[in-house]
Design a protein around this ligand. Structure first.
Ligand code: SAM
Length: 292
C-alpha cells in the first residue's frame, strides 16, 4: 500500500504544538478514515433507505448527532444503487457537523458561500426553506450543478460567482472556506504534497477577509457556521478571534450528541476536532452570531 506523504515541516510543527498528543494524532491520521453517509430526504425517507441498504447485508450505525447520518461498513459505497439514485451522499462525519450545528429550520434562508461540490448544500436543502449556493471555480461549479440535479435540490439556487458579490442578507450562512486541507490526509495519501507554512499563512489571510465579508451578509441576530478541514490555529481560532475583534460577534456554544468535544481555551465555544477523539478527519468549526 502507498505510504502517506508528510512534509518534514508539517511533522515538526505539529509534534511541537501537540506535545504528548502528537503520537496518537499522527497514528490516527495515517489510518484510513471510516465511511459515513447522509440520507437525502429530498429523494427518500430514512426508513426506506436504511432498510434497502441493510437488506444487502451492509451494516449501518446511526450517528447520534443527526438522524440522517450513519456510519456505513461497505468497501465501495459509491457503487450502491442508493448512491447512484441520489438517495445518499458520501460525506465524512466531521464534515457534516457545521450544518448540523447551524441547525437551520424550514423558516431559514441560507447562504452556502463556498459550496462545490455541494455536500453541505444537500444537508442545507433538506433542512432549510431556501438555499443560495455560490461557487467561484467554473470546473467545481459543474460538479455542484450535477449534484443539484442528482440530489433534487429544488429549493437551492446556484450562482457561479465570488460570494463577496452577493448583496442580499441571510438568516444563516455556511462559510466552509478554502484551506490548507490538512484534514484530507486520511482520504488522500498525497494530500499534503503542496503543504507549507507559507500556504497556511496565505490561506489564513484570505480567510480573515472572507469571514468579515460573509459576516456582513448576515441579518441582525443571524448565524454563521465557519469551518475548515485544517488543524492550523492560523486558519481557525485566529480567524474567529479576528472576527470578534472587528465585529459585534459572539461564538455560540455547540452541543452535539455522541461526540467528544474538548474545551477550547484559545477561542471559547469553537470546536477543534482531534481525529483520535471521534475517528474523524482533523476538523474545525465555530457557530457565530451577529449581535446588534
Ligand atoms: C472547502 S471547499 C467547499 C466544500 C463544500 N462546502 C462541500 O461541503 O461540498 C471550498 C470551495 O470554495 C470555493 N471558493 C473559493 N473562494 C471562493 C469565493 N470567493 N466565493 C465562492 N466560492 C469560493 C472553492 O472553489 C472550493 O470549491
Amino acid at each position: 500500500m502507498k505510504k502517506t506523504y508528510f512534509p518534514e515541516e508539517f511533522t515538526e510543527k505539529y509534534s511541537k504544538l501537540l506535545g504528548k498528543e502528537w503520537e496518537e494524532y499522527f497514528a490516527t491520521i495515517k489510518r484510513k478514515q471510516p465511511k459515513s453517509i447522509w440520507v437525502n430526504t429530498n429523494k427518500t425517507t430514512i426508513e426506506e433507505t436504511v432498510s434497502s441498504i441493510e437488506k444487502q447485508g451492509i451494516k449501518l450505525t446511526p450517528l447520534k448527532f443527526h438522524e440522517q447520518a450513519f456510519m456505513i461498513e461497505c468497501e465501495r459505497p459509491g457503487s450502491l444503487k442508493e448512491f447512484e439514485e441520489g438517495k445518499i451522499s458520501l460525506q465524512e462525519k466531521a464534515a457534516m457537523l457545521p450544518v448540523v450545528a447551524l441547525n437551520p429550520t424550514k423558516n431559514d434562508c441560507v447562504l452556502d458561500c463556498c459550496s462545490a461540490p455541494g455536500m453541505k448544500t444537500i444537508q442545507l436543502s433538506n433542512l432549510s426553506r431556501r438555499v443560495f449556493a455560490t461557487e467561484l471555480s467554473s470546473t467545481r461549479f459543474e460538479s455542484l450543478h450535477f449534484n443539484k440535479k442528482k440530489y433534487s435540490l429544488k429549493n437551492v439556487e446556484l450562482k457561479r460567482t465570488d460570494f463577496r458579490n452577493v448583496k442580499e442578507k441571510f438568516d444563516k450562512m455556511v462559510l466552509d472556506v478554502p484551506c490548507s486541507s490538512e484534514g484530507l490526509v486520511r482520504k488522500k495519501r498525497d494530500a499534503l504534497k503542496g503543504w507549507s507554512q507559507k500556504l497556511v499563512e496565505r490561506k489564513a489571510k484570505n480567510q480573515k477577509e472572507m469571514i468579515l465579508k460573509g459576516f456582513d451578509r448576515l441579518e441582525e441576530n443571524g448565524e454563521m457556521a465557519y469551518s475548515t478541514c485544517s488543524f492550523a490555529l492560523e486558519e481557525n481560532e485566529e480567524v474567529v478571534n479576528f472576527l470578534l475583534s472587528e465585529r459585534n460577534a459572539e461564538v455560540l456554544k455547540i452541543d452535539l450528541k455522541g461526540l467528544k468535544i474538548r474545551k477550547n481555551k484559545l477561542c471559547v465555544g469553537a470546536v477543534r476536532l482531534f481525529p483520535q477523539d471521534n475517528d474523524t478527519q482533523p476538523f474545525f468549526f465555530a457557530k457565530l452570531k451577529k449581535r446588534k
